[in-house]
Design a binder for this molecule. Structure first.
Ligand code: AP5
Ligand code: MG
Ligand code: ZN
Length: 215
């Protein structure tokens, strides 16, 4: 199963991808997580990417396409993958199509998670992520244990640098200008499946699984 999760910041791509990894045993490829790891490790690419990420702008296509294409060559992607946060521009989508076609394969499905803007802001301002294992939480919608630490590993929870309201609003604008055109792009390819992402986490999960199993 070769899947893309499309949707604005806070739509639930990372949350749903983590659950699909468990269910289908295929890897999640999150360009945001990969870039944050490069920032943390202070690699030359990470140092450059941080400026764009802190401003809520997209990292240049060439950089992101390079890391994804390299990741897709790894063995664990052979039976499928879940792309979370990639592609985000038409150029990235074209590069993905080319990389897959060079390997003699195609995407199976593009799931678009639809959530209204005010809910997105509430989701992102309340989001916390475990600094140790990366598990995501929400103070109201998916709370951690009563000690305020990660319920899986006990790690400390952190608030992402780009989850400040001004940056969130810019990320939304960038999504509408640069990424939303991919909805039509994939609709024309007959791959787009829109899902109402306003329901509870578990309900959204069930809807994604039934769409995938039907297709
Ligand atoms: P990235 O990390 O991909 O951020 P994003 O796209 O803005 O998306 P988020 O991770 O913020 O949201 P999500 O949809 O994963 O939501 P989540 O599941 O966490 O990218 C960050 C930056 O990196 C970009 O701005 C850019 O600079 C750069 N970048 C990354 N990819 C790039 C690319 N391809 N090209 C160029 N630059 C790139 O959920 C959010 C919160 O809501 C959580 O707290 C969760 O618990 C809660 N929640 C989830 N689902 C529900 C629900 N159904 N009901 C209630 N709460 C929910
Ligand atoms: Mg995410
Ligand atoms: Zn943890």
């Amino acid at each position: 199963m070769k899947l893309v999760l499309l949707g604005p910041p806070g739509a639930g791509k990372g949350t749903q991808a983590a659950m699909l990894v468990e269910k289908f045993g295929i890897p999640q490829i999150s360009t945001g997580d990969m870039l944050r790891a490069a920032v943390r490790d202070q690699t030359p690419m990470g140092i450059k990417a941080k400026e764009y990420m802190d401003a809520g702008e997209l990292v240049p296509d060439g950089v992101v396409v390079g890391i994804v294409c390299e990741r897709l060559q790894q063995d664990d992607c052979r039976d499928g993958f879940i792309l979370d946060g990639f592609p985000r521009t038409v150029q990235q989508a074209d590069a993905l199509r080319q990389t897959l076609s060079d390997k003699g394969t195609l995407l199976d499905s593009v799931i678009s998670l639809e959530v209204n803007t005010e809910s997105l802001v509430e989701r992102l301002t309340g989001r916390r992520t475990c600094g140790a294992c990366g598990k995501g939480y929400h103070l109201k919608f998916d709370p951690p244990g009563s000690d305020g630490r990660c319920s899986v590993c006990g790690g400390e929870l952190v608030h992402r640098d780009d989850d400040q309201e001004v940056t969130i609003r810019n990320r939304m604008d960038v999504y509408h200008q640069q990424t939303a055109p991919l909805e039509d792009y994939y609709r024309q390819e007959g791959l787009l499946q829109a899902i109402d992402g306003m329901d509870e986490i578990a309900t959204v999960q069930q809807k994604i699984v039934s769409v995938l199993q039907a297709g």
